[in-house]
Ligand binder design. Structure first.
Ligand SMILES: CC(C)(COP(=O)(O)OP(=O)(O)OC[C@H]1O[C@@H](n2cnc3c(N)ncnc32)[C@H](O)[C@@H]1OP(=O)(O)O)[C@@H](O)C(=O)NCCC(=O)NCCS
Length: 331
């Protein structure tokens, strides 16, 4: 094998990178036709478009053989999917891609970096440990089949009437242009109250500009309307959800005494949103370190579909704490 070149991914690389991505994962999990991996969901184009400068390609003999993608969430950064063409596994290509990825985080000054990987694979854990990541809690990718309109939500039953009516949701796509900056600042204030510097504005903008779905905004009207929750949802083919599904890529509520109620209402709002979009499955990932949120999802009718482990650098919980009501899976 000649030299490995690591370079920025270009738009013209997308279809090749998508091919390698499906082939690599499909081969790893042993699919008969590896290229069917992830159906009509998209992880490559959407992530490249969301952050071109954080998208990396590995090239061998002039051909693209691997890629990796960074999502910049302010003080938190995640990366993946990292994939290498299967006939070139174990030749050090992923290590070189990871080196460039870590240099990029260094420039961003990211405080906490994380990833989701296969808990059962010694290779995956060993590879990431070389770069200072350590396995912590499992993350569950959960799903709920949506049917009818009569879902009873656990906390709604016990919620005082005035709380029910003072909580309303809306869509980010409906926010008028002049109010968008203020709305994004509100989202940042909410997430930074959970973990200092956590900021998912890039993702909200990506969903909006690429028409991947919408961001559900939850408001508490106590005389003054306050943002108390947000959930970035991908919907349908060509997004991270795939046909027939709504995927909550990131969802969070204001921490504090009302967090459980807000979370309940946020998931409820996502369910209503998903039905309005005509899909029949709601998918959401929760780190089991967020014990209350994980239990709440189970009580709301979600079941685990995929489990993986989250690895963190540094080896600290960041916002993966029992009392934090937050949805994301770092895939
Ligand atoms: C995971 C994947 C990206 C790795 O790519 P790769 O180019 O084969 O990896 P590299 O050759 O650069 O790295 C190999 C390293 O893995 C680690 N490793 C491999 N086998 C190991 C084992 N049994 N125990 C511990 N560490 C092991 C080592 O650190 C090794 O480097 P070293 O031998 O110098 O110590 C690739 O196999 C792939 O595309 N898999 C399918 C998709 C996937 O799972 N992606 C990652 C999702 S999180």
């Amino acid at each position: 094998m000649t030299d490995i070149l690591i370079r920025p991914l270009r738009e013209s690389d997308i279809s090749k990178a998508d091919h390698v991505f499906r082939l690599a994962f499909g081969t790893f999990i042993g699919l008969q036709d590896p290229l069917t991996f992830f159906g009509d969901a998209d992880f490559i184009r959407t992530r490249f478009m969301a952050n071109p400068s954080g998208s990396f390609a590995a090239e061998v003999d002039g051909e693209l053989v691997g890629s990796n993608f960074v999502a910049n969430w302010g003080s938190v950064g995640i990366f993946g999917p990292l994939t290498i063409r299967p006939d070139l596994w174990d030749k050090g290509i992923a290590k070189q891609l990871l080196k460039s990825t870590m240099d990029y985080f260094e420039k961003l000054g990211t405080k906490h970096i994380g990833l989701f990987t296969w808990a059962q694979s010694p290779k995956h854990l060993g590879l990431y440990q070389r770069f200072g990541f350590w396995p912590r809690f499992l993350t569950a990718i959960m799903a709920k089949h949506l049917e009818g309109d009569g879902t009873i939500f656990a906390d709604q039953a016990t919620m005082p009437d005035e709380e029910k009516t003072s909580l309303q949701w809306s869509r980010y796509s409906e926010v008028i242009a002049e109010d968008r900056r203020g709305c994004l600042n509100g989202c940042r204030n909410l997430t930074t109250a959970i973990y200092d510097g956590l900021d998912v504005q890039h993702e909200i903008n990506a969903v909006n500009t690429q028409s991947l779905g919408d961001t559900v905004l939850l408001w508490h009207d106590e005389g003054r309307r306050r943002l108390v929750g947000l959930a970035l949802c991908h919907c349908g083919a060509g997004t991270e959800a795939g046909s027939g599904a709504c995927y909550i890529k990131f969802g969070a509520v204001l921490p504090g005494a009302n967090a459980a109620i807000y979370f309940d209402r946020l998931v409820h709002a996502c369910e209503t949103f998903a039905k309005a979009e005509g899909v029949s499955r709601l998918v959401a990932g929760v780190n089991t370190g967020r014990h209350e949120a994980y239990r709440k999802m189970i009580s709301l009718g979600f079941r685990n579909e995929i489990q993986g482990v989250v690895m963190d650098r540094p080896n600290e919980p960041a916002y993966n704490k029992p009392e934090i009501y937050l949805i994301d899976d770092w895939r």
